[in-house]
Design a binder for this molecule. Structure first.
Ligand code: ASP
Length: 434
């Protein structure tokens, strides 16, 4: 059976098993939820294990192969422009949709009272400080971590990316035996990391099954009901961005089939969906973009690690949506300038949000305070956060991979999505053997 179909079936199976069982269900005396939890965490941990060595060696190797400073500059500008432009489009989609559908107003009344504030709000607000990178200064400071080992340990990818780019750039210009050997060592190291990643990726169907089953058992479908209108409005906005806006851009700018790209990215999209972490999914995103969509290693190694931390279309969209919803639920009429402020802050904070589950809640409290709403109001949306997190994370990595396709094409790469995914994989395997 094709790999993406296996993952898809695993997802459905996970959802069904998760719904049919409860936290008390036991299998041979062992709590089923605990089994799902352990297996799912094992898979996510394995992916996280390769993230730091994989992306640092990929970036350094990509830098070594870059033709020159100009080459890098051009790629950098294109990448950042793409990220900024698409994140803006995503936020505007939320802005328009939430103004039109006003999910925070039910029967002409602000929905705040009906919903009531979730009880665990205080704990959530208190726990948020740990997720870091709330303000702008924090984002800028992350660029140069005082200690790269610590940055790696804490999963602060932005600083590691800057360090790896610098390391690769300077290593490229070094001459002599020692530097040449080091370059070869890093390339060899990178190849090994890719092989390990591919090995872990093969377990994706099992990992996805366990993660989904765990989430469904824990969250259940009941959580959605009181917030159904908000929930569906967010999903519609995410859908428009992912399946209308971005595909149009693939067609127009890359002149390739969006459907084929979706097929190529399915394993990564479903893993992002089930793990709700773009950082953990990064190894898979890189693998699918390179081997199944045919984007060059040079482009994927540069665009995707950066994208996983900096470019979060789904997250930015969600931040804007959540704040507008809360304002509506509180019966607040936001002025045009407040709405513009929300748009700008949503775009900027989405850069600093870490690629881990629920990370955007920090940014949302920041925006709430910026526009003068109480941070505790976040309690209104907690019940649905997990499921919407899954959806927005998938959109986050989808935006990155679409960026890689469009940037790769603009760099003159002909081999992107030019043949069906199965042929592409064969071609890639043959190239590797050759
Ligand atoms: N979970 C998201 C991600 O990893 C971040 C967020 O929006 O909370 O991309």
């Amino acid at each position: 059976m094709r790999f993406h179909n296996q993952i898809f079936i695993a997802l459905i199976l996970g959802a069904v098993v998760g719904a049919l069982t409860s936290a008390d269900t036991r299998l041979f005396g062992i709590q089923l939820l605990a089994i799902h939890d352990t297996v799912g965490s094992l898979f996510v941990n394995a992916l996280k294990m390769v993230v730091v060595p994989l992306i640092t060696s990929a970036l350094i190797a990509a830098m070594i192969n870059m033709a020159g400073g100009r080459d890098l500059g051009r790629l950098g500008i294109k990448t950042l422009t793409w990220y900024f432009a698409t994140t803006t489009l995503a936020v505007l989609t939320a802005l328009v949709l939430f103004n039109v559908m006003t999910p925070g107003i039910v029967d002409g009344q602000p929905a705040g009272e009906r919903l009531g504030l979730a009880t665990q709000t205080d704990a959530v607000v208190a726990g948020m400080a740990e997720r870091g990178a709330g303000d702008f200064a924090g984002i800028i400071l992350q660029l140069f971590p005082p200690n790269i080992i610590q940055a790696g340990a804490e999963g602060q990818l932005l600083g590691l990316i800057v360090f790896s780019i610098l390391f690769g750039m300077f290593l490229r210009n070094q001459q002599g035996q020692a530097a040449e050997t080091l370059k070869q060592v890093i390339v060899g190291f990178y190849d090994t990391m890719v092989a390990i990643t591919l090995f872990i990726v093969r377990f994706a169907p099992i990992g996805v099954y366990a993660l989904i089953a765990r989430t469904v058992t824990q969250t259940g479908y009941d959580a959605i009901e009181p917030l159904a209108w908000f929930f569906f409005t967010v999903l519609i906005a995410l859908f428009i961005h992912a399946f209308v806006v971005l595909p149009i851009l693939i067609r127009l700018l890359a002149r390739r089939s969006p459907g084929r790209h979706i097929q190529a990215m399915t394993p990564a999209l479903l893993t992002a969906f089930s793990s709700a972490s773009s950082s953990a999914t990064l190894p898979l995103t890189m693998e699918c973009t390179e081997q199944r969509a045919g984007v060059s290693n040079r482009t994927t190694s540069f665009v995707l690690p950066l994208g996983a931390t900096v470019n979060m279309d789904g997250t930015a969209l969600y931040e804007c949506a959540a704040v507008l919803f809360i304002a509506q639920a509180y019966g607040l009429d936001l002025s045009l300038s407040s709405q513009a402020l929300i748009v700008v802050v949503a775009i900027l904070t989405s850069i600093g949000v870490a690629g881990i589950p629920s990370a955007s809640l920090v940014a949302i409290t920041l925006i709430l305070t910026t526009v003068g709403l109480p941070a505790e109001a976040i309690g209104l949306i907690l019940a649905t956060d997990r499921i919407l997190d899954m959806a927005r994370t998938a959109v986050n990595i989808w935006g990155d991979s679409v960026g890689a396709v469009i940037i790769g094409r603009s760099e003159g790469e002909e081999g992107i999505l030019d043949v069906p995914v199965s042929e592409m994989e064969q071609r890639h395997q043959m190239n590797q053997r050759g």
